[in-house]
Design a protein around this ligand. Structure first.
Ligand SMILES: [Mg+2]
Length: 170
């Protein structure tokens, strides 16, 4: 019944998503949420480890992009210098932002995956658009005010998902 909210995979970190893994799934484009997926919400730029990771993905033929619900400045500053295409104020779980990004990239949903820390935004938007969904354990326990109230219900859904598929809650 809740399948539409379940991720295709649930992982402890984005670093578990390698170019090899994506290629085996027939995916050539990875779409990232920023806040609490890549960095805590108060960190404005990618870490050196993330920069290395993006480079490794790209060197192996994976297109890297960002789909964020935050205002323009957040994506603009984060992606600056890395030449990462982004769409801001994406309105996830609505799919119009996703459509805009796919158009910008010239990609179809089937060749894309989204990695995000929230079920009600990232995973749902991915599932609704036919984009492969990775739920990532949030990088920091601290959430923005707008996100915090959604977490208890998200955690319940994660527990149900894990029970159904015999996975460990991260
Ligand atoms: Mg997030």
């Amino acid at each position: 019944m809740l399948e539409f909210l379940y991720p295709k995979e649930y992982l402890p970190s984005v670093f578990c998503i390698t170019a090899d893994k994506l290629k085996k799934l027939g995916i050539n484009t990875l779409i990232f949420d920023i806040d609490n997926t890549l960095v805590p919400y108060w960190i404005k730029v990618p870490t050196a480890e993330l920069e290395k990771y993006f480079t490794a993905l790209r060197e192996n033929g994976i297109t890297v992009s960002v789909l964020s619900n935050s205002r323009e400045q957040r994506s603009k500053v984060f992606c600056a210098g890395l030449d990462i295409p982004y769409v801001y104020r994406a309105g996830k779980p609505g799919i119009s932002g996703m459509k805009r990004l796919l158009e910008k990239l010239g990609k179809t949903p089937r060749e894309c995956a989204i990695a995000g820390d929230q079920i009600f935004t990232d995973v749902w938007a991915g599932n609704r658009s036919g984009v492969y969904s990775f739920l990532i354990k949030q990088v920091d326990p601290k959430d923005e005010l707008i996100t915090a109230p959604k977490r208890p219900l998200e955690r319940l859904i994660v527990r149900l998902y894990c029970k159904k598929y015999g996975k460990e809650v991260l």
